[in-house]
Write a protein that binds this ligand. Structure first.
Ligand code: GLP
Length: 242
């Protein structure tokens, strides 16, 4: 695991955007796993800027989002579908046909999961997975538990995740209790993983994921088994690292 410690959130965002741009310069038709949450917003803003300045072209790229809430319509202001369009897809030239976000409408969720996993495999796997991290060490929505799922699946959100994400909703009660998420196997299948972390609230999760020990109760700790992971953390998020 490579740990890149930087001074600020702006630098986390810049380095993350550079890792995406670097990949696109090497491979125009890259398959990229994308994350939501507050952390990657700055990265998306920079990628949009790079696109506008003709530094990168997304026309041949395929994207797979990590997760989506169950029980929200696609156009709900807090769905990850809406998030992705607001922060990224509406401002760049990604082919809509190559955008993949788990569909969480009326279809049976098991079918959605199976179909998503198949699409991921058919695309040849991910060249790069961008990740954030939950305060409890979750990645995607793979929550701490006695066992984790390898493939895309339905998950009950942990209380602390509902609490943390309630800041985006009018009330805690409005936060969906379930989601569809790529599994740890789907994530670990990526050729390269770049995990972004910013702020004090992530310090413990970052320390625990780099501890040299692996536990399903810190899902991000499994990433220690991956051969190409870069953590980009600002001073606050890295403050408990040796
Ligand atoms: C969310 C998402 C994750 C994200 C994490 C942290 O619930 N499912 O993909 O990495 O929580 O979010 P934030 O960056 O807002 O702290």
């Amino acid at each position: 695991m490579e740990i890149v410690k930087v001074d600020s959130y702006e630098e986390v965002s810049q380095k993350a955007a550079e890792s995406v741009a670097g990949l696109l310069h090497r491979k125009q038709d890259a398959v990229i796993g994308l994350a939501t949450g507050s952390t990657p917003e700055g990265m998306y803003a920079r990628l949009v800027r790079m696109y506008r300045e003709n530094e990168i072209d997304f026309s041949s790229v395929s994207t797979f989002n990590l997760d989506e809430y169950l029980g929200l319509s696609r156009d709900h202001p807090q769905s990850y579908h809406t998030y992705m369009h607001r922060h990224f897809f509406d401002h760049v030239n990604v082919d809509p046909e190559r955008i993949n976000i788990p569909r969480c409408g009326d279809e049976p969720p098991e079918l959605v999961c199976r179909d998503y996993e198949k699409k991921l495999k058919d695309a040849g796997g991910l060249d790069l997975q961008i990740l954030g991290i939950g305060t409890n060490g979750h990645v995607g929505f793979n929550e701490p538990a006695a066992y984790l799922y390898t493939d895309t699946h339905v998950v009950d959100l942990a209380e602390e995740t509902i609490e943390a994400n309630s800041r985006f909703f009018k009330s805690r009660e409005e936060v969906p209790g379930k989601a569809v998420t790529m599994g740890v196997g789907s994530i670990m299948g990526a050729a390269r993983i770049v995990l972004l972390a910013s702020g004090r609230s992530k310090a413990k999760a970052i320390r625990d994921m780099c501890s040299g020990k692996i536990t399903t109760f810190v899902p991000a700790s499994l990433l220690q088994l991956h051969k190409d992971v870069t953590i980009i953390a600002d001073r606050e998020a890295a403050r408990l690292l040796p």
